[in-house]
Each structure stands twice: as structure tokens, then as C-alpha cells.
Design a protein around this ligand. Structure first.
Ligand code: CP
Ligand code: NVA
Length: 306
């Protein structure tokens, strides 16, 4: 059974297939056509953290494809009423795909281990693969190709950054990151990235201006991710020099995109001036979450029988 827990679960060819499905489904939707490719198929969503984009885009996308979805609440007792293996095996008797947002990546891995239907990671502490796919699709959509692109990440080397770095490795996009000391990618992650993608042009520094030089897109995310709220004040001090503001954008090419997975904390990791600038593609990015996830669903459900 195929799952999408991190971008280690897909090849470059499979991403291109997902992007082709996305392009087709998005064009059809723009023409008012909602092709019911998967009537009767059912998606369960199980979220341990809040979500606007991921949850609503998956549910809307599944509806467009002719299927249905259900948001599982506390009443199902996940992690409380029964063992995860029992939960996973039983849930798969009812549904065709499970989307999960979990505090710990191991939880999604546990469910996937016993699942007889596909499991999709809708964000964990470790990875946010659907976000990275939508972001890379957005860059490709805007520039017509990813060839020669460079994505510059400014801020925490977090779940979104990790998935983007992997996505860049898979699709041949240069990746640079500027993170404060102590918030960088681990040596192990960098080592595995370099081992998996020997051709990846990868640079890591503590200088936002250096990172964004020659960038096609400048990307940032919140300083304090969900679950890290106790560190908020310390992080505000540590990330103070890592705000993406007009000065940082001035070090990037004039046509560099500004990207953010959202939700944004205006005045912290990004100024309103940058977020609302003509270079900002954050709303297109968010919209593409739905289109690309429809591509992911078409790819995953297309492999399943009936
Ligand atoms: N970017 C993203 O995943 O947003 P939500 O937390 O609203 O799902
Ligand atoms: N890094 C953020 C992403 C939110 C979409 C978090 O994990 O909270």
C-alpha cells in the first residue's frame, strides 16, 4: 500500500505525474468541470492540531472528485480507546484514504504501518509533504518550469523547510537556507539529503541576505510552530534578525517570489509590506494546496482497486 508520509515516499517521476494530474484537474475546474473520478470513495481526516488550508482543501478536493470525507473528532478516541494498530486496521475497513495531522511523526508512521488504505501526512513535527508539493507546483506554474530555479528559505529549519529541501532535491531545484544558530537542519538531515540527492545545490548559512541572492523564490514560515508555544519568547529573540522584510527582499532579484505556507504572523517573520507586495504569491500557493492534493488523491486512489 502506498502512503505519502514524507517526500521519501515518492520519486521525481511520480511527482511529475501528480503535477500533470493537478494541471489537468485545475484546468477542468477553471472551466467549471468537476470530474467525479472517485464516486463513493471515502476520506477520513484525523487532526491533532488546528488547520484551515490542509483540512478544508482536502475535503473540498475530495468533494470535487465525487467522493466524500469525514473529519474524525475526539469521539473516535484515537490514542485513548484502543491500540493504534487496532484503530488503523478497523478504520481502513470503512475508508479509502486517511489524512492525518499529528503532533509526533511516529504516530502517522504507526497508523500507516497497519493501514490497508493509503495514509497521507497533513503535517507532523517532521514533515509537511503536501505543502512542499503545492509550493513547487506553484513555482513551476508561475515560471513555466523548475529548471534553473532557486528556493531560499529564511527562518526555522522546520517541518515545511525539511519537506521543501527534499522536494528541491527530487526536482533539481537549488535550495538555500538561512537559519539562526541552533535552529538549523541537523547534521544527520543534511547528510541524508546530500546522500539522497548528490546533485542537489544546497547551501546553509546564518545570513538571510546571502541566502536570498539569486533566488527565484524567498520563503519563510512562523518562528514558533504549533506545539512550540512555550518557546515563543526565546524564539522571538533568536529570530529577530531573520524577518523577511523589504531589506531582505532587496537582496533578492526584483522578480523573486515571496512565499509563505501560512498562517503568517505579520510583523514577526514577515512584514505586511512584503506579504501584500506584488511579488507575494501566498494566496495562489494556498489555493494550489487543493489542486495538488487532488492530484495526489488521483494518483493514490487511481492505484487502488474499486
Ligand atoms: N499551511 C497549512 O498547512 O495551513 P493549515 O495549518 O491552515 O492547514
Ligand atoms: N511550521 C508550521 C507550519 C504550519 C502550516 C507549524 O508546524 O506550525
Amino acid at each position: 500500500m502506498r502512503h505519502l508520509l514524507t517526500l521519501d515516499d515518492v520519486t521525481a517521476e511520480e511527482i511529475q505525474r501528480i503535477f500533470a494530474l493537478t494541471k489537468d484537474l485545475k484546468a477542468k475546474l477553471e472551466d467549471g468541470v468537476r470530474e467525479p473520478l472517485f464516486p463513493g470513495r471515502v476520506m477520513a481526516l484525523l487532526f491533532e492540531k488546528p488547520s484551515l488550508r490542509t483540512r478544508v482543501s482536502f475535503q473540498a478536493g475530495m468533494a470535487h472528485l465525487g467522493g466524500s470525507s469525514m473529519m474524525l473528532g475526539d469521539d473516535v478516541g484515537f490514542g485513548k480507546r484502543e491500540r493504534v494498530d487496532d484503530f488503523s486496521r478497523v478504520l481502513c475497513e470503512f475508508v479509502d484514504v486517511i489524512v492525518m495531522r499529528c503532533k509526533r511523526h511516529e504516530t502517522v508512521e504507526q497508523v500507516a504501518k497497519y493501514a490497508t488504505c493509503s495514509v497521507i501526512n497533513g503535517l507532523t513535527d517532521l514533515a509537511h509533504p503536501c505543502q512542499a508539493l503545492a509550493d513547487l507546483y506553484t513555482i513551476q506554474e508561475i515560471f513555466g518550469s523548475l529548471r534553473g530555479s532557486k528556493l531560499a528559505w529564511v527562518g526555522d529549519a522546520n517541518n515545511v523547510a525539511s519537506s521543501l529541501a527534499q522536494g528541491c532535491g527530487l526536482l533539481g531545484v537549488e535550495f538555500s537556507i538561512a537559519a539562526p544558530k541552533g535552529y538549523e537542519f541537523s547534521a544527520e538531515f543534511l547528510q541524508s539529503l546530500r546522500a539522497s540527492f548528490p546533485n542537489l545545490q544546497l547551501s546553509a548559512s546564518n545570513d538571510p541576505h546571502e541566502a536570498v541572492r539569486d533566488a527565484s523564490a524567498v520563503y519563510t514560515d512562523v518562528w514558533t510552530s504549533m506545539g512550540q508555544e512555550a518557546e515563543k519568547q526565546q524564539r522571538e529573540r533568536d529570530f529577530a534578525d531573520f524577518q523577511v522584510n523589504e531589506k531582505v527582499m532587496a537582496s533578492a532579484p526584483d522578480d523573486a517570489l515571496f512565499m509563505h505556507c501560512l498562517p503568517a504572523h505579520r510583523g514577526e517573520e514577515v512584514t505586511s509590506g512584503v506579504l501584500d507586495s506584488p511579488n507575494s504569491v501566498v494566496v495562489q500557493q494556498a489555493g494550489n494546496r487543493m489542486h495538488v492534493q487532488k492530484g495526489v488523491l488521483a494518483w493514490l486512489l487511481g492505484m487502488q482497486r474499486g
